[in-house]
Design a binder for this molecule. Structure first.
Ligand SMILES: O=c1ccn([C@@H]2O[C@H](COP(=O)(O)OP(=O)(O)O[C@H]3O[C@H](CO)[C@@H](O)[C@H](O)[C@H]3O)[C@@H](O)[C@H]2O)c(=O)[nH]1
Ligand SMILES: [Mn+2]
Length: 967
C-alpha cells in the first residue's frame, strides 16, 4: 500500500479531525417516499385500467399510452432520486487539530494536475491564475508540484507560464505574508483589498505587465522576437517548428520551476511547475481529458510520484489556501485510509447572477444529491476539485494492477532530480501517443477511464465499482470557484455533451443498473442510474409539453375531471414532487427564486439538450456521426456579460436546440389562451381544467422566452429564424398532424373537416367502390392495366403537364432530393442557350448527392463512381446517363430522336403545342383526367416502349453532366 508519507502519528487521545451527522429530515424523507410510491402505483393502476378497457378508442388509447410511457420514465427517475434521500450526511473537519497530530514536514507530497485545451477558449492568463492560486496553498512549497496539461499544444500557454514563474517568486511570499484568502492574482486585485501600500502597487503592476504581454501575444497570434528574452526561452519555443499543429506534434515536457534550485525573492523554495503537452497524432485516439490526465499521471509518477493528486479544470481557482489541510483530516484517519480513493469538493462558481437564471450552479447535482451519496459509498468524481490517492488508479483496494514499468508504480521512490536527462527522456516517452498501446490497461483497468465524454463520472463510477470509497468535503467557504457559461447556448451545449457521455455509460457493458447494483448495492446502482439515464427526462417533458396541449386544442380531455377523486392524485403527485424539491433546495441555502429558475432550466434542458443528445447518441450508435468534446468557452463578451448580470436570457445565435423549446412555448400559450376563451364561453369544461393548469404552468415557465421572442431588440433576443421556424412548425405542422391522425384513427373525414368547396369536391371522388388498387383517375389505376411504376407515373406527368402548361424544360425529381442551390436553373440555361448544343441536347444531369453522410461514409452511400466519376467519363463521350433525379430535360427529347419527331396521338401533347386555356378550365381539366387514365396509353404502342418514354433514351442525343461547386 502507499502508506508512504500518509502515516499519521495518532494516539488514543488525539483530538478529532472530522465528524459527520445524518441530516435531520432523513426519517421524514423515507416516510414521504413510501407514501409517494403508493401514489405512483395508484397512478399506474389507473393507466392500466384505461388501456385495458375495450371501449377505449384508438386515439385515447395512444394518448393514454404516451402518458403511461411518460409516467413510467418519471417513476424510474423518481426511484433513482430516492437513493439520494435515504441517508444523506453532513461532514465537518477540524483542520486546527492537524498540527497536534502531524508535523508539516511529514505532510505527503501533492501533485496538482491542471488541464487546458485551447488558448482562445481558455485564455492562458486564466490558467495561470488557477495555477498560481494552487501553488500558493498553505502547504510546504517543496511538497507541491503543479503539472499543466496543454491539449491545445500552444506556445502561448507555455509563454504565459514562463512569465508566471517569474511572477510566482514575488506572489507566493506576498500571499504568505498577507495571509489572504484569494490567492488568484486576478481575483485579489479585482477585490477591495486593504491598504494601497507601495508594495501592493508594485506587485500589481508586475502582474498587469505580464497580463498585457500575454494577451498581446494571443491577440497577435505569434511570439515575436522581442519576447524571447534569453536562451531558456529560445530553447523552449524551438519545439514549435513548422509542422507542429495542435492535432499533430511531438510531446513537449518543460520544467519551468524546479524546487531543488528555484527560489522566491525571500529565498524560500518554489514548488515544481511543469508544462506538459502530450504527443498528438491524427491516427491515434487521444481520449480527450481522460487521455490528458493519464499522461499527467505517468509524467508525474516519473518526476515526483506524490501519493496525493489534485485534478483541476483550468478555470477553477483555489478560494481557500487551507483546503489541503481539510483533505489531510480524512487521509490521516486510519479507519478510512485503506479504502479511500478520493475526496471530492463541490464544484462552485463565481460570477453567477443574482437569481442564477440558467441554474448553472447545479445545486441539486453538485451539492444536495452528493450529500446523499456521501452517506452511501461516496460521491462520484466531478472532474475538478478532487483529491485522489495515487494508488486508486492502479486497481481495486486489494488488487494492485502493476504498471508496465516500475517507475509508474505508486510505491516507486523517485531518486533523481526532475530535470535530469533520464527523467526527462522517460517523461517524454510516457507522454507519447503510442505509449498506451503496450498494454491494454490504460484507460480500461487503470488510470482515468476511457469510453465516455464524462470521463469524471465514468472514472468515479468504475473506481467505486472496484470497491473504493470516496468522501464529500463541503466546507462553508468554497474551496474552489469556477467560471459559468453566460449564454444559454453555451450552457445547453455543455449539458448536451454531458448527456451524451452519460448515455455512453448507461449503455456500456458496465451498465449502472445491473453492473453498478451488483458491484455497489442497489441504492448506489439506482443513484448512478439516475444520472446515467438523465437525458431520458426528455421523454416525459416533451410529451407533457405537447400532448395535453394539442389535446386541449382539440377539446380532448386526457386528465381526470376536477370532481373525480383521481384528480387529487395528480395534484398530490405534482405538488409533492415540486414541494419536496423546493424544500431540499431551500434547506441547502438556496433561495426560492433560484429554485424557480432551477426547475425552469430543468424543463428547458429537457426540451433541448436532453432531447438532442438522445438523438445524437442514437446516431452515434448507428455510426452515422461521432462525438467530440466541445470545450466550454471561458471568454466573456462585455455586452453578453452585462445582460447576464441583469438576469436576461441570451439566445442570440440561431441553433436547432432552441426550436422544440420555442415550439413548446408557442403551443402552450396558444392552447392556454384558447382554453381560456373556451372557459369563458361555456363554463362547464372541468374535464379540461388540469390540462389548462399544466399549460398555464408551462406558460409561466416560458415567460423569458416570450420576452425574447416579442419584447426585446438587443442582440440576445431570440433570432427571427428560430421564431419563424418554430411558429410555422408548431402551428401548421402540429395542428395538421393531430387532425390527420384523428381522421385516420376515426377512419373517416367527418363533415367538420370539409371546410370549403375545394375540399368537398376533392373528397367527393372517394365513392364507395374506391380502393387503393382499383379507382378512377385521381391518378387512375386499375388492377387489369400495368402501371409501370415510376416510369408510368412520369409519363402521366409528361402528358398532364403538356395539357396544362407544356413548358419546354422539365425537371424530374425524387421526393427526398431537396434543392440545395436556388441558382441551379440558371446554370441549366447556360447550356440550353448555347446554339452549338441546342439541337441535340436531351437532358442535363446533376449528380445525386446526399446530406447526412457520416464522416467516412461507411456504407458508401455516396456511390461516387456511379454518380460522379463515371458520368464525367460519359460526359466526354456522348453525355451522362440519366440517374432518375435531378435532371433537366428538354420536352422535345421525349418525342423521338433529334431529327425524327414522332407525332403524338393528340395535338395537345406535341412539344410545340401552345397552351391557350387556363389550367383550371373545364376542357384542360377533362383532358388532363383523360391522359392520366390507365387505358390512355393503349391507344398507341408508343408510350413507354417505342419512342416516347422515360426508359429508352441513352445514346439518343447529347447530354451534359453539370457539376456545380456549391452543393
Ligand atoms: O480534450 C480535452 C478536452 C477538455 N480538456 C479540459 O477539460 C476541462 C473541462 O472542460 P470544460 O470545457 O470546462 O468542460 P465542463 O463541462 O465545464 O467540465 C465539466 O465536465 C467535464 C466532462 O465533460 C469534466 O471533465 C470537467 O471536469 C467538469 O468540470 C478543461 O480544463 C479543459 O481544458 C482537456 O484537457 N482535453
Ligand atoms: Mn468548465
Amino acid at each position: 500500500m502507499d502508506g508512504r508519507g500518509l502515516r499519521a502519528r495518532r494516539t488514543t487521545h488525539a483530538p478529532p479531525l472530522h465528524k459527520f451527522e445524518p441530516l435531520r429530515r432523513t426519517a421524514l424523507n423515507r416516510l414521504f417516499a413510501a407514501v409517494y410510491a403508493c401514489a405512483i402505483i395508484a397512478l399506474l393502476y389507473r393507466h392500466a385500467q384505461t388501456l385495458l378497457n375495450p371501449a377505449t378508442s384508438l386515439l385515447s388509447f395512444s394518448l393514454s399510452l404516451s402518458l403511461l410511457i411518460s409516467d413510467l420514465v418519471l417513476a424510474f427517475m423518481w426511484t433513482g432520486a430516492q437513493a439520494f434521500r435515504m441517508c444523506p450526511i453532513r461532514r465537518k473537519e477540524f483542520p486546527e487539530n492537524l498540527r497536534k497530530i502531524i508535523k508539516e514536514e511529514d505532510f505527503p507530497g501533492l501533485d496538482v494536475f491542471i488541464c487546458t485545451a485551447d488558448p482562445y477558449k481558455e485564455p492562458p492568463m486564466n490558467v495561470v491564475n488557477t495555477a498560481l492560486s494552487l501553488m500558493a496553498y498553505d502547504y510546504p512549497t517543496e511538497k507541491i508540484s503543479v503539472y499543466v496539461s496543454d491539449d491545445g499544444g500552444s506556445a502561448f500557454t507555455l509563454f504565459a507560464f514562463m512569465e508566471a514563474a517569474k511572477f510566482a517568486s514575488h506572489w507566493l511570499p506576498f500571499c504568505r505574508e498577507h495571509n489572504m484568502m484569494e490567492r488568484s492574482p486576478e481575483v485579489y486585485f479585482a477585490s477591495t483589498y486593504h491598504s494601497l501600500s507601495p508594495e501592493i502597487e508594485k506587485i500589481k503592476m508586475m502582474y498587469k505587465t505580464i497580463k498585457v504581454k500575454v494577451e498581446h501575444i494571443v491577440d497577435k497570434g505569434e511570439i515575436s522576437d522581442e519576447y524571447i528574452v534569453d536562451n531558456e526561452y529560445r530553447e523552449a519555443f524551438s519545439k514549435w517548428t513548422d509542422g507542429f499543429t495542435r492535432m499533430d506534434h511531438p510531446a513537449v515536457v518543460q520544467v519551468i520551476l524546479d524546487k531543488s534550485k528555484d527560489r522566491d525573492v525571500l529565498g524560500n523554495f518554489l514548488p515544481n511547475l511543469i508544462y506538459v503537452s502530450r504527443q498528438k497524432s491524427k491516427t491515434s485516439p487521444h481520449h480527450f481529458k481522460a487521455g490528458a490526465l493519464n499522461v499527467l499521471l505517468r509524467v508525474s509518477a516519473v518526476m515526483t510520484n506524490a501519493p496525493l493528486i489534485l485534478t483541476q479544470d483550468c478555470d477553477m481557482y483555489s478560494n481557500d489556501p487551507q483546503t489541503p489541510h481539510r483533505v489531510l483530516c480524512y487521509l490521516l484517519d486510519p479507519a478510512l485510509q485503506s479504502k479511500l480513493a478520493y475526496i471530492q469538493f463541490p464544484q462552485r462558481f463565481h460570477g453567477l447572477n443574482q437569481t442564477d437564471i440558467y441554474a448553472s450552479e447545479y445545486k441539486r447535482e453538485f451539492q444536495i444529491n452528493t450529500m446523499g451519496l456521501d452517506g452511501l459509498i461516496g460521491p462520484g468524481y466531478m472532474g475538478s476539485g478532487c483529491f485522489f490517492r495515487r494508488r486508486a488508479f492502479f486497481g481495486g483496494p486489494s488488487t494492485l494492477v502493476q504498471p508496465e514499468i516500475p517507475e509508474l508504480s505508486p510505491d516507486h521512490v523517485v531518486d533523481k532530480p526532475i530535470n535530469s536527462r533520464e527523467i526527462l527522456s522517460l517523461a517524454h516517452n510516457v507522454a507519447g501517443c503510442d505509449y498506451e498501446n503496450q498494454t491494454e490497461h490504460w484507460g480500461f483497468k487503470n488510470g482515468f477511464r476511457y469510453g465516455s465524454l464524462v470521463e469524471d463520472f465514468y472514472t468515479g463510477y468504475r473506481l467505486q465499482c472496484e470497491g473504493w470509497k470516496s468522501l464529500f468535503c463541503h466546507p462553508e467557504r468554497a474551496a474552489f470557484l469556477g467560471d459559468v457559461p453566460i449564454t444559454l447556448l453555451d450552457l445547453l451545449s455543455q449539458c448536451k455533451r454531458w448527456c451524451i457521455g452519460l448515455l455512453e455509460v448507461a449503455f456500456s457493458k458496465f451498465n449502472t443498473l445491473i453492473f453498478g447494483s451488483r458491484s455497489m448495492g442497489l441504492l448506489m446502482g439506482l443513484a448512478y442510474s439516475h444520472y446515467a439515464f438523465w437525458p431520458i427526462w426528455c421523454i416525459p417533458v416533451t410529451l407533457y409539453s405537447f400532448v395535453p396541449q394539442l389535446a386541449l386544442l382539440n377539446k380532448v380531455s386526457i386528465f381526470p375531471k376536477v370532481s373525480e377523486p383521481w384528480c387529487f392524485l395528480y395534484v398530490f403527485l405534482f405538488l409533492g414532487a415540486y414541494g419536496q424539491d423546493l424544500l431540499d433546495f431551500v434547506l441547502a441555502r438556496g433561495t426560492v427564486q433560484r429554485w424557480w429558475n432551477a426547475q425552469r432550466m430543468w424543463m428547458i434542458r429537457a426540451l433541448s439538450c436532453y432531447l438532442f443528445s438522445s438523438v445524437e447518441y442514437l446516431l452515434k450508435s448507428l455510426r452515422i456521426s461521432t462525438h467530440a468534446f466541445s470545450l466550454t468557452s471561458k471568454v466573456l463578451d462585455d455586452e453578453q456579460s452585462k445582460r447576464y448580470g441583469q438576469g436576461i436570457f441570451e439566445f442570440g445565435v440561431p441553433s436547432p436546440l432552441f426550436v422544440p423549446l420555442t415550439m413548446a412555448a408557442i403551443i402552450n400559450l396558444l392552447s392556454f389562451a384558447w382554453g381560456l376563451t373556451e372557459f369563458w364561453d361555456n363554463g362547464n369544461k372541468e374535464g379540461l381544467a388540469l390540462q389548462m393548469v399544466l399549460a398555464g404552468f408551462i406558460v409561466l415557465n416560458c415567460l423569458p422566452i416570450y420576452g425574447a421572442i416579442a419584447l426585446r431588440s438587443d442582440k440576445g433576443k431570440m433570432p427571427t429564424q428560430i421564431i419563424v421556424i418554430s411558429t410555422f412548425l408548431s402551428m401548421m405542422y402540429e395542428i395538421m398532424k393531430v387532425k390527420v391522425e384523428y381522421i385516420i384513427d376515426k377512419g373517416e373525414i367527418s363533415d367538420e373537416y370539409i371546410i370549403d368547396n375545394a375540399y368537398r369536391e376533392a373528397c367527393s371522388k372517394w365513392t364507395d367502390g374506391f380502393t387503393r388498387m382499383d379507382h378512377p383517375t385521381v391518378a387512375q389505376k386499375s388492377k387489369t392495366s400495368p402501371h409501370h411504376f415510376k416510369a408510368g407515373a412520369l409519363n402521366v406527368l409528361l402528358r398532364v403537364s403538356a395539357v396544362m402548361t407544356n413548358a419546354p424544360l422539365i425537371l424530374t425529381q425524387d421526393c427526398d432530393m431537396y434543392s440545395n442551390d436556388p441558382q441551379t436553373p440558371i446554370r441549366v440555361l447556360c447550356y440550353l442557350l448555347n446554339p452549338a448544343l441546342q439541337s441535340k441536347l436531351a437532358y442535363i444531369q446533376f449528380p445525386q448527392r446526399f446530406h447526412g453522410l457520416n464522416q467516412t461514409d461507411i456504407y458508401v452511400f455516396e456511390y461516387k463512381h456511379l454518380f460522379q466519376i463515371n458520368p464525367m467519363g460519359f460526359d466526354g463521350i456522348m453525355g451522362s446517363n440519366y440517374v432518375g433525379s435531378d435532371c433537366f430535360f428538354c420536352r422535345r427529347a421525349f418525342f423521338g430522336g433529334p431529327s425524327t419527331l414522332v407525332p403524338t396521338e393528340i395535338p395537345e401533347l406535341s412539344p410545340d403545342h401552345v397552351v391557350n386555356k387556363p389550367i383550371n378550365s373545364q376542357k384542360n381539366f377533362s383532358l388532363a383526367h383523360n391522359v392520366a387514365s390507365c387505358d390512355y396509353e393503349n391507344q398507341t404502342e408508343h408510350w413507354g416502349s417505342k419512342d416516347i418514354d422515360f426508359s429508352v433514351k441513352d445514346g439518343r442525343a447529347y447530354s451534359v453532366i453539370l457539376r456545380g461547386q456549391h452543393f
